[in-house]
Design a protein around this ligand. Structure first.
Ligand code: AMP
Length: 282
């Protein structure tokens, strides 16, 4: 595995790889890797000649009061995991390498990014689309893998790719959970044993919501979200949102809706966790 710390090295490598006609698969991450990330890497490995993983805790997607400084990091462990999963290139730049100090240009998606995490974290998606756009320019991937753990993020990036004509296929990958149902997340390491147990209420509430949604249809969404909020609150969570939106529009479902994203963001202690269920409309 080759480690690159600079954009110039990555760009040169990608240009040479493209010239030789090889397929490049990209997996952007913020590191502190777990089985969720590695499922994306394995998907990329199965399809690409050259797999590039990026590891960058992107400051522009954190708000001023959020957890940028304490975001978990373990470079040596991440590097070892990438080697074990047959990654070809690990790109791990620092902030000064990634952004000029007077950087003033953004990529901003203004529709799908509005609700859910976009409403509670106003700078978040602008930071995500900007850094992902930069990574696409540098790594020139044929495809890039994104996890449905962050379903709204995946849809926002698909829209960015369509609207700005990036020649990149977006490959959405299934959400990976721990055996007990908790969605894997780098932030799970912030949780105490007690909080972790209580946090299982998120998945349980969303699964119950899915069941009711499948039985009663989206006219029951208000009731479904209320019930989910009550059960998560009873388990000690502070609910940021539980909402059901049309996956295609990120707006309230209509008769045309084919798939509903039932999504939740919840604080346990100071840790904000997100989870979701994608539900087909019958
Ligand atoms: P992050 O490092 O949290 O920014 O995540 C990097 C990529 O891994 C994103 O595309 C995430 O959606 C994906 N990812 C994170 N956790 C999971 C998970 N539990 N299951 C599937 N994909 C995940």
């Amino acid at each position: 595995m080759i480690l690159f710390r600079t954009k110039a090295e990555l760009a040169r490598f990608a240009a040479e790889t493209k010239r030789s006609g090889k397929v490049i698969g990209l997996v952007p991450t913020m590191g502190y890797l777990h089985a969720g990330h590695m499922s994306l890497v394995d998907t990329a490995r199965a399809r690409a000649d050259v797999v590039i993983v990026t590891l960058f805790v992107n400051p522009t997607q954190f708000g001023p009061t959020e957890d940028l400084d304490r975001y978990p990091r373990d470079f040596e462990r991440d590097k070892k995991m990438c080697e074990e999963h047959k990654v070809d290139v690990l790109f791990a730049p620092d902030t000064h390498e990634m952004y000029a100090s007077d950087s003033s240009t953004w990529i901003e998606e203004l529709d799908l990014a509005k609700p859910l995490c976009g409403a509670s974290r106003p700078a978040f998606y602008r930071g995500v689309t900007t850094v992902v756009g930069k990574l696409f320019h540098l790594a020139q991937p044929d495809f890039a893998c994104f996890g449905l753990k962050d379903a709204q993020q995946c849809f926002v990036i698909e829209r960015m790719v369509r609207d700005l004509d990036f020649q990149v296929e977006i490959v959405p990958c299934p959400l990976v959970r721990d055996e007990d149902g908790l969605a894997l997340s780098s932030r799970n390491r912030y949780l105490s044993a007690d909080e972790r147990k209580r946090a299982l209420s998120i998945h349980q509430a969303l699964v119950a919501g899915r069941k009711t949604l499948e039985e009663k249809g989206f006219s029951a969404l208000d009731e479904i979200c209320r019930t989910a909020i009550n059960s998560i609150t009873a388990a000690g969570g502070r609910v940021d949102y539980v909402e059901g939106l049309d996956r295609a529009t990120m707006k309230a479902p209509t008769a045309e809706s084919r798939e509903i994203l039932l999504a939740a963001a919840v604080f346990f202690g100071t840790t904000r966790l997100i989870d979701n269920e994608l539900v087909q409309v019958k």
